[in-house]
Design a protein around this ligand. Structure first.
Ligand code: HEC
Length: 103
């Protein structure tokens, strides 16, 4: 029984990680604006978890060319459900924060 629960949890985590890849990573890789360096641009600029997530949330839901950290590209109107975005930002943060700390 415990093994079943453990497997279910692992499955759930993988499915969540996959969400970032499917909803965001595929396009970002295709247009050569990979998520990892983008994350560090935000981290350098906003430092804290709250700052990074807040700035990304704001920029994706209400894009503003003045605030964009991506230079030389036309602002892209991300179409993402705010609730789903919360989950995705959590996955995004968890994926790269550790590397951020030891830098
Ligand atoms: C269909 C393509 C596409 C998808 C899907 C996509 N993006 Fe983007 N994203 C872009 C483009 C193009 C830019 C650069 C233009 C801009 O900054 O608006 C960008 C910029 C960004 C930026 C930088 C914003 C700025 O201007 O500072 C962040 C952060 C970001 N995307 C996160 C995400 C996340 C998280 C997801 C998944 C919910 C996602 N993107 C899905 C195309 C996409």
């Amino acid at each position: 029984m415990e093994r079943v629960i453990a497997l279910l949890l692992v499955g759930l985590l993988l499915a969540r990680g996959d969400l970032l890849e499917r909803r965001c990573g595929e396009c970002h890789n295709r247009i050569q604006l990979p998520l990892k360096p983008l994350f560090f641009d935000y981290l350098l600029h906003y430092s804290s978890e709250r700052g990074v997530k807040g700035a990304m949330r704001e920029q994706l839901l209400n894009p503003d060319p003045e605030r964009s950290l991506v230079k030389g590209r036309k602002i892209y109107r991300h179409q993402v459900d705010p609730d789903e975005l919360e989950i995705i930002l959590q996955i995004y943060w968890n994926r790269y924060k550790v590397i951020g700390r030891i830098r």
